[in-house]
Design a binder for this molecule. Structure first.
Ligand code: FAD
Length: 480
């Protein structure tokens, strides 16, 4: 690709592209293209500054694997980059086309193809809640894992851009062994190939931000479907709330699906629809429990001094229940969203509090930062061990302070998965993923899929220990 790319005015032959697309739906109205070129990148003040002007030249919306192949072949022939998009709920700019070109909108390629005992097969644009509706109605089975964007996110976007969420307390992370069964992927070549990945090969494209193939079919596991009850428990003391949540997570017999801790005063100040249940000084534990498990959960809860049942959704009057979002929409990145709606200056972090010292580490970090970094924990099961992942809020003052807060977390033993970076490496393990890089060399030899997101491809000599932020040349040239 030309090194002197511009952010505005197309440098690609879009007219020739259109001529090769036949009847496939396209959109080139600049306002609508800009809308489909964005995701929830604005969660981060850093990404907001860097990515504000990013836009594609055209949105192309295939509705079948054949159409995906046709678009990729045309784009390859013309050297036009392609950035896949499910429904654009990612929050690190994953689905934003840094070099312009095509946004490949997969939201209309969205059927559930097959439901079996223990698994389903779907097209990539299927919305998680729609899949769940179908599997429940078909055979009382439900998604084991979903992001808190259950109602809006696509399964292809979740696999390529997400990491876990509701259900992770029982099933672990999305990329843990067994949580994805099979994927079909189309390569970006003169004659795109359709590859089927299973077992260890799934790591090639899971959480690769669509940089090395377009997912056109997924097979995912299902669990038994239950009626879920939201249970809100309050504590005066944040450490006790964390200890309680950790202990609830360790009760293997309790059927629960979500387990979060949110420190005061966040629940009262930002969970506006639930506010009537939430005293300002109470630290909150949010639990999704199966209806038959609630009695056992509450009996267990009473063993914890100072615990107070604030709400259980199965005992609300119609009036009390009116307008309440589901409990999981208080967790994961919905906690951040609710805070941002009230106070736009808020941002957040992604932190791991490693087993077995999670409670001690959480406590020390909470005491260190106090209300500058309000506590938000999501309890998860990693390799059979219950521990906590955090999405603490940050009362943002400057980018320098944000960097310092992250450094202090790492110094205190809590690794950061930086949500203020758009590259795979800086948002993750800060090192090259050799498997994903090798697959990109095979599946996208000209580097046309979602350019700028994989540092190992763009700048193989990049030094992750330099302390600098990687800047993709398209953005650097635009002056971001
Ligand atoms: P998009 O944002 O459209 O795409 C995500 C990435 O996948 C992009 O890099 C895109 O290029 C790529 N992609 C999309 N479709 C394909 C395809 N078919 N083939 C190849 N690549 C593709 N994430 C979690 O993991 N857990 C959570 O609990 C969670 N909660 C959230 C809450 C809120 C309020 C918000 C804003 C975000 C949250 N996220 C969470 C992030 C995001 O919702 C998830 O990653 C979601 O699953 C993305 O789905 P999507 O369809 O919107 O994907």
């Amino acid at each position: 690709m030309d090194d002197n790319v511009q952010m505005h005015g197309s440098r690609y032959d879009i007219a020739a592209l259109k001529a090769r697309l036949g009847g496939i739906r396209i959109e080139d109205n600049p306002a609508l293209v800009r809308q489909k070129s964005r995701d929830f990148f604005w969660y981060s003040p850093v990404l907001k500054r860097q990515l504000e002007d990013v836009t594609a030249d055209i949105v192309v919306s295939p509705t079948s694997e054949g159409e995906v192949i046709q678009v990729l072949a045309a784009a390859f022939a013309l050297g036009i980059p392609v950035t896949p998009r499910g429904t654009g709920t990612g929050n690190y700019g994953q689905a934003m086309p840094l070099s312009g070109g095509i946004v490949l909108d997969l939201s209309g390629f969205n059927k559930v193809r097959e439901i079996k005992a223990g698994s389903y097969v779907a097209e990539p644009g299927a919305i998680l809640a729609r899949i769940d509706d179908e599997t429940r109605a078909h055979s009382r089975q439900e998604l084991r894992l979903h992001p808190s964007t259950y109602n809006t996110a696509s399964i292809g976007g979740f696999i390529a851009g997400g990491s876990g969420g509701v259900g992770s307390i029982k099933w672990g992370g999305l990329r843990d062994t067994g949580n994805i069964i099979r994927l079909k992927v189309v390569t970006m070549e003169a004659n795109p190939q359709v590859l089927e990945l299973r077992g260890d090969d799934l790591a090639k494209v899971a959480h690769a931000y669509g940089t090395n193939g377009i997912i056109t079919e997924v097979e995912m596991p299902l669990g038994p479907s239950y009626t879920w009850v939201d249970v809100l428990v309050g504590f005066d003391d944040l450490r006790t709330a964390s200890e309680y949540a950790n202990a609830v997570g360790e009760q293997d017999g309790l059927a629960i699906k979500e387990l979060a801790v949110v420190g005061a005063p966040v629940p009262h100040d930002y969970f506006l629809r639930h506010r009537k249940f939430l005293p300002r000084d109470k630290h909150l534990v949010v639990i999704m429990a199966a209806d038959f498990a609630v009695d056992s959960l509450l009996a267990f809860t009473r063993r914890f001094k100072g615990s107070e049942l604030l709400m259980r959704s199965d005992q609300l009057t119609l009036d009390e229940a009116k307008g309440l979002p589901p409990g999981f929409e208080l967790g994961w990145n919905h906690t951040t969203l609710r805070a941002l709606r009230v106070d736009p200056s808020i941002t957040y972090l992604q932190v791991l509090y490693p087993f077995p010292n999670q409670i001690e580490t959480i406590d020390r970090i909470n005491r260190h930062f106090g209300d500058e970094v309000p506590c938000h924990l999501e309890f998860v099961r990693f390799d059979g061990k219950v521990t906590a992942f955090g999405l603490p809020l940050v009362r943002f003052t400057s980018e320098e302070r944000l960097e310092e807060i992250m450094r202090i977390h790492e110094d205190m033993g809590a690794p950061i998965f930086n949500p203020h970076r758009y590259t795979l490496e800086e948002g993750g393990m800060k090192q090259t993923d050799i498997i994903q890089l090798a697959f990109k060399q095979q599946a996208d030899p000209n580097g046309l899929l979602n350019p700028g997101k994989m540092i190992a491809w763009e700048d193989p000599a990049y030094d992750y220990r330099s302390g600098k932020t990687f800047m993709f040349r398209s953005l650097a040239d635009s002056g971001a």
